[in-house]
Design a protein around this ligand. Sequence first.
Ligand code: IDP
Ligand code: MG
Length: 149
Amino acid sequence: MERTFIAVKPDGVQRGLIGEIIKRFETRGFRLVASKFMKASEDFMKTHYLDLKDMPFYAGLCKYMSSGPVFAMVWEGQNIVKLVRMMLGETNPADSKPGSIRGDLCINIGRNIIHGSDTLENAKREVGLWFKAEEFVEYTPCTQPFLYE
Ligand code: IDP
Ligand code: MG
């Protein structure tokens, strides 16, 4: 089992898309293990996006991501990092296929409504950055034998 970090960005929250986004991961069969509604600081977002520090959009991205609330989540499932990235679509919604979250719900690269970790290594780093150990809820979902052989 893998875990990945997913966040509905401030534009997704403002547009009332938290429910629609959660629904897609729930119906896929993934298991929610932690979540919180919060406003991140600009410094926190600079740490989160440190890999992109040399990009021209870095400052604007971090300012935007800290401008309003985000809905932060950790989800669990087999091969989840890769599968969630496929469900997100491309970074640019204009290149995202219909059926993907970005391909169905947004238009512009700077307002692409959702974040999802891109590699298992980054997922571990991001989960640890956003959540403390006591914020994880342990439970056994009754669906496990019907989702996994
Ligand atoms: P990802 O979110 O698909 O992993 P990254 O390359 O990690 O894409 O970029 C992080 C975020 O930075 C994107 O989701 C998007 O919000 C923003 N971003 C990426 N490229 C551009 C750009 O060319 N202009 C404006 N914002 C961008
Ligand atoms: Mg990324």
